[in-house]
Design a protein around this ligand. Structure first.
Ligand code: NAP
Length: 478
């Protein structure tokens, strides 16, 4: 097996215990490649290496950390087309979106290169005479990174970059569905001049590699993005040993459309938010809450716009919506179409598996007219499936928007400043969008949610320091 397909542990490329083939969901006849899979033992080797490297990297100068991150960011940006193509092949995201994601990963490393230089503290006068107080931030130590498959460059980047910027060492486990992207990102990081062991990649299963990271006493902090059920397990294991933990999980994000909205804009927000990236975004707008006065008009324009969407091979020119990332996810999506119909929701469009020129996991985007109590309006599907809910006015729309266990993102389309301002204040979500799709965020500001969507400090932007550093208060008697 070539070097390039191995795990990266303690500064060396290592073989795993087994190999697996990474599929191309757009064309099952041309897989992406074979990658090694590590096990619990290999994860533990990586964790020990990270623990041993922690002092060297933790005390490296900010300049050295900034230079390394800047180099990584520059290379990702220079190679964004090639990396985007790999992402499109492996995860199925339409090529322009995939290239955009690769560029975003590059920009995230650039941003945190700057943050490495800007890590500030506080100096206060003590309440006692002759004493000075300094509050500073220090690295947490070893950070375990467990990532999902839906943003295989951006999410690892927004975890790896701040971890390294603030002087932590890293053990990174990509999702099993996207080992090639995890490897490609790691290969770039491996050439950035970090001390051996400061960054480690272990591809392998959640049960083996993921659990080893979560359970190891040498891992000081675990940052996890994925499903609620796995998040609950990660929470339990890390809490049991008192480790720092950050969880980013699901969403059932509402997009409210009021009667005074620009309907063309609202339709575009709904289409982008609900169906782009094949609906496989934690910030997807899966509940479209529409004021009764424009309900029928909105649905008819949305259907018209949906008819123009092209589902196809992620690399094909003109594809709006790529395939579903895996057979299991496709089956889950189709099962929810059945559930929706059985519960009495009206399927007005799509929701069918599609045959394409190449064998893959294709489905047409689905639109339901439903009720708030339907499961398709309450549970995260994680596919191109949206349900329209009718609301009798702004107050009812807001109540419906908040009637969920989740609280990641909430959007509103309206021409009314009063309603926009009220919604911004009263939406129970970590992120609010006004006249914008719920999905699609900047890389330099906090990302995260409330309620069942998130646990722990926010990711991204300067707020990332909360998770990736620990605060020290020092008293000095002159
Ligand atoms: P997942 O099945 O929970 O997997 C996430 C990661 O956890 C994968 O790397 C997985 O490894 C690993 N894992 C599985 N079992 C584990 C265990 N027992 N211990 C430790 N790690 C374990 O989620 P997914 O299907 O990849 O991603 C989809 C979910 O992510 C959706 O619910 C979506 O909403 C959520 N998401 C949330 C955000 C956000 O920021 N809020 C962003 C993106 C996605 P394997 O792949 O090897 O199983």
């Amino acid at each position: 097996m070539q070097n390039s397909f191995r795990n990266y542990i303690n500064g060396r490329w290592e073989t795993g215990v087994t190999t697996s083939t990474s599929e191309n969901p757009s064309d099952l006849a041309s897989p992406v490649g074979d990658y090694v899979r590590g096990d619990r033992e290999q994860a533990e080797l990586a964790i020990r290496a990270a623990a041993e490297a922690a002092p060297a990297w933790g005390f490296a100068t900010p300049q050295r950390r900034a230079d390394a991150l800047d180099q990584i960011g520059s290379e990702i940006l220079a190679r964004k087309d090639e990396l985007g193509e790999l992402l499109a092949r492996e995860e199925g995201k339409a090529l322009p979106e995939a290239i955009g994601e690769a560029a975003r990963a590059g920009n995230i490393f650039k941003f945190f290169a700057g943050e490495a230089l800007r890590t500030a503290g506080e100096k206060l006068a003590s309440v006692r005479p002759g004493i000075e107080v300094d509050v500073t931030r220090e690295p947490v130590g070893v950070v375990g990174i467990i990532a999902p498959w839906n943003f295989p460059f951006a999410i690892p980047a927004w975890k790896i970059a701040p971890a390294l910027a603030y002087g932590n060492t890293v053990v990174f486990k990509p999702a099993e569905l996207v080992p090639a992207c995890g490897w490609a990102l790691s290969e770039i990081v491996s050439r950035a001049g970090l001390p051996a062991g400061a960054f480690n990649l272990v591809n392998g299963s959640g049960r083996q590699v993921g659990q080893a990271i979560v359970e190891s006493r040498l891992v000081d902090a675990v940052t996890f993005t994925g499903s609620e059920s796995t998040g609950a397990q990660v929470m339990q294991a890390t809490a049991a040993r008192g480790a720092k933990v950050q969880l980013e999980m699901g969403g059932k994000n509402p997009l409210v459309v009021l009667a005074d909205a620009d309907l063309d804009q609202a339709v575009e927000c709904a289409v982008q938010g609900a169906f782009f990236s094949t609906g496989q975004r934690c910030t997807a707008s899966s509940r479209l809450i529409v004021e009764a006065a424009v309900h029928d008009k909105f649905v008819s324009r949305l259907r018209e716009r949906m008819r123009s969407l092209k589902v196809g091979h992620a690399l094909a020119r003109g594809t709006d919506i790529g395939p579903v990332a895996s057979r299991a996810q496709l089956e889950q999506n189709l099962a929810y179409i059945v559930i929706g119909r059985e519960e009495g929701a009206e399927l007005v469009m799509g929701g069918e598996e599609i045959k394409a020129p190449t064998p893959g996991h294709y489905m047409s985007p689905a639109l339901f007219l439903g009720k708030p109590e339907h499961r398709i309006a309450r549970e995260e599907i994680f596919g191109p499936v949206a349900v329209v809910l009718r609301a009798d006015g702004y107050e009812e729309a807001l109540a419906m928007a908040n009637d969920t266990r989740y609280g990641l993102c909430a959007g509103i389309c309206t021409g009314s400043l009063k309603h926009a301002m009220h919604f911004r204040r009263h939406a129970q979500a970590g992120m609010v969008m006004v006249n914008l799709p719920t999905a699609g965020v900047d890389y330099h500001v906090p990302f995260g949610g409330r309620k069942g969507s998130s646990h722990g400090p926010r990711e991204q932007g300067r707020h990332a320091a909360e998770f990736y550093t620990t605060v020290k208060t020092a008293y000095t008697h002159a």
